[in-house]
Design a protein around this ligand. Structure first.
Ligand code: SF4
Ligand code: SF4
Length: 346
């Protein structure tokens, strides 16, 4: 992999030129002492030293409300797909969120190409950053393999702990992206240091079960009392799913203009923890109980997607621990509960 180095000042100057150009540039900015992704209107607002963000960058590849079709009522021939048109770059994606995008890439191309996702993805340059601070509940190293973020990234930044970054160039798109910057080839010393700096910040939480052991661990625990205990506290609010970088379930919504002259069909985020999620034809709901919905979510995170895609449905970002008011959504806590009760029964 080609390694470049760039001073922090030069990187900001480069981002400044991007922001004033035709590209939509997204990055992390500070909001009331916390961090969030936003569209950058100035390079000075970009923060690469963030610990964690409330939402993930998924929103720029799979927007919460995305127009997919326009139509004129009563005229079937008028139906026309709507696709993303603008090129964009997301600068500052932690390895866990990058691995989540790799998982979305697989999910949206697995059986059938999702043209809306793929069009936007094709127009997106992804620049990762290795964390410079621990996340409050991050356990990414337990959930992803080091190579998985590179399935999605075009380039990765490594803060060298001085006034510079090392840039790992992953794809031709990444090479092209940084070609207009002041980056220079990294020195041999810089390369050795960069490898160490990648793992300088450790996770706060460690999962007690290895990732590959999670699917068999969950086998046969579908009727475990832990689901009822946690389900009794669940508000079915959907926050745990909304903040999750890997959740990709969606619904469709038609909005007709009041004139009845035209309409738009949107794809909107849905959540398996919401009560109506599993209502099917005929009005039957096959997951009426919160306990069943919570179990299903955890099984998606730690078993089903691993088995289906070979990539984890949880990348250990820790956001659901912060977002869930009754604090019942965090996978490591649920696993601990299952382990404790297992030990108790032995
Ligand atoms: S399940 Fe929770 S910790 Fe895992 S990726 Fe989703 S929000 Fe992050
Ligand atoms: S687990 Fe927590 S965040 Fe998720 S739906 Fe239930 S109450 Fe809301």
């Amino acid at each position: 992999m080609e390694l470049l180095q760039i001073s922090k000042k030069e990187l900001l100057e480069f981002v400044g030129t991007l922001v004033s150009g035709p590209l939509d540039v997204f990055g992390v900015v500070a909001h009331d002492g916390r961090f969030a992704y936003d569209k950058l209107d100035s390079a000075a607002n970009l923060r690469l030293d963030f610990d964690e963000t409330l939402y993930s960058p998924k929103q720029y590849l799979f927007p919460p409300k995305d127009p997919v079709l326009s139509y004129t009522p009563g005229d079937a021939a008028s139906c026309a797909p709507v696709y993303a048109e603008k090129d964009q770059a997301i600068i500052g994606v932690h390895p866990g969120d990058m691995a989540a995008i790799a998982m979305l890439d697989k999910a949206f191309t697995e059986n059938k190409i999702d043209a809306h996702y793929c069009t936007r993805r094709e127009k997106t340059t992804l620049v990762g950053i290795y964390p410079t601070k621990p996340g409050k509940y991050r356990f990414t190293s337990s959930m992803i393999k080091p190579e998985e973020p590179y399935l999605a990234a075009d380039a990765f930044l490594i803060d060298m702990g001085d006034d510079s970054y090392t840039i790992e160039i992953v794809t031709d798109r990444g090479k092209e992206f940084f070609s207009a910057s002041a980056a220079k080839p990294a020195t041999a010393d810089g390369k050795a240091k960069a490898e160490k700096m990648k793992t300088a910040v450790k996770d706060t939480v460690t999962l007690k079960i290895k990732r590959e052991d999670l699917p068999p661990f969950l086998d046969g625990k579908e009727r475990h009392p832990v689901w009822e205990t946690r389900g009794a506290k669940c508000f079915s609010c959907g926050s745990c799913v909304t903040v999750c970088p890997t959740c990709y379930c969606f619904d469709m919504l038609d909005e007709l203009d009041l004139s009845f002259d035209y309409g738009l069909r949107f794809r909107t985020w849905d959540a398996c923890v919401l009560e109506p999620f599993a209502v099917c034809a005929g009005g039957h709901n096959f997951r009426t109980k919160a306990a069943d919905r919570i179990r299903h979510r955890l099984y998606r995170k730690q078993k089903y997607l691993l088995e289906k895609l070979g990539l984890a449905g949880c990348v250990g970002c820790g956001r659901c621990k912060t977002a869930c008011v009754p604090d019942i959504a965090f996978p490591p806590d649920i696993d601990d509960d299952l382990l404790r009760k297992e030990a108790h029964h032995v």
